[in-house]
Design a protein around this ligand. Structure first.
Ligand code: NAD
Length: 309
């Protein structure tokens, strides 16, 4: 049994990670400020110790990391709406918060995993984004990209701190992970579509709906996260995690409507109405998963239809 600290553990992915860590027999501590997470996500896990606080609180972070055997750093300001509304907050939490967590892990010699994002590939839409792409963050640093920029720096901070301290780390580049407990409040497309379909409201597709994404199950992602932190060959690397089952956003709206048996109309909302004038989105985002396959035999088990159901 190892003591695991999960920052952002009251959130969507974090709470599933807590489920998994508890099922593996680990003792789990969560540090979360509940800005987007909810205590309800952890209610069924009475053994998890919950610490209500921010990763910006350096002393508190240090206290939580001390005595832990591994750290999963997932706390972040997330969601396109949050980021566009408050790019500075997003930068502050995602840069300084990560620095606090990573530095504490290095100081106490605790191996750590840091959640990054497919967003760092920017507007690259090559078929199969590979971890070694040198076009990362090639996009202009507009507020749209503040999250991506911060996650890119987080990766560098994580890996360089690991190199300097000798404490192992792995960077988890997550691609559109979905599942139960994800909320649509901050711009996440699948839970929003499902909620709209179930309520019989119009399903609102941003843009023309031809943009394509791959949605991965949280039940595939979470075991990959723990296994990567147990795999020395993964140390110091960034590893893509997600699915390669591709679908257009319009196609997703139709799929959700069919599966929920909804009669909702599908309505297209131009980007400049949904977000900001000049909002940019990636046309296509599909991960190259060969590194995760080689390191841990990663192969997603869940199909999109199962995830929607
Ligand atoms: P989430 O909003 O459910 O989880 C984030 C958690 O961090 C929340 O519980 C929130 O309350 C907490 N948090 C935010 N600011 C904090 C602070 N200052 N101090 C302490 N806690 C704070 O979102 P999620 O989808 O579960 O995301 C988890 C991680 O995975 C994030 O780092 C996110 O960037 C990354 N990620 C997620 C996806 C995805 O598809 N869901 C994709 C790429 C990356």
């Amino acid at each position: 049994m190892v003591k695991a600290l999960v920052t952002g553990g009251a959130g969507f992915i974090g709470s599933h990670l807590c489920d998994h860590l508890v099922s593996l027999g680990h003792e789990v501590v969560v540090l979360d400020d509940l800005s987007t997470g909810s205590p309800a996500n952890l209610e069924h896990l009475p053994s998890v110790r919950f610490v209500h606080g921010s990763i910006l609180d350096r002393a508190l972070v240090d206290e939580c990391v001390r005595g832990a055997g591994m750290v999963f750093h997932l706390a972040a300001a997330v969601g396109v709406h949050t980021i566009l509304a408050e790019p500075l907050k997003s930068l502050r939490v995602n840069l300084h918060g990560t620095e606090n967590v990573v530095e504490a892990a290095a100081r106490h010699g605790v191996r750590y995993a840091v959640a990054s994002s497919s967003e760092i590939y920017g507007k690259n839409d090559a078929d199969g984004l590979h971890e070694d792409s040198d076009r990362i963050l090639g996009s202009a640093l507009k507020s749209r990209w503040s999250y991506a920029a911060a996650k890119g720096i987080d990766e560098l901070v994580a890996v360089e701190t690991s190199r300097a301290s000798g404490v192992p780390c792995v960077v988890l580049r997550l691609f559109n992970i979905v599942g139960a407990r994800q909320t649509g409040r901050y711009g996440m497309v699948l839970p929003r579509f499902v909620a709209q379909a179930l309520a019989g409201e119009p399903i609102t597709v941003h843009g023309d709906g031809s943009q394509r994404r791959c949605f991965g199950s949280v039940h595939d992602a979470v075991p990959a996260m723990t296994r990567l932190l147990d795999t020395s060959e993964a140390y110091g690397r960034a590893v893509n995690i997600g699915s390669r089952e591709e679908i257009s956003i319009e196609g997703l709206a139709h799929r959700v409507r069919e599966i929920t048996g909804s009669a909702s109309e599908i309505r297209f909302v131009p980007y400049h109405e949904a977000y900001d004038p000049g909002f940019e989105d990636m046309r296509r985002r599909i991960p190259d998963l060969s590194l995760a396959a080689r390191l841990i035999g990663y192969r997603p088990r869940y199909r999109l239809d199962d995830i929607i159901k």
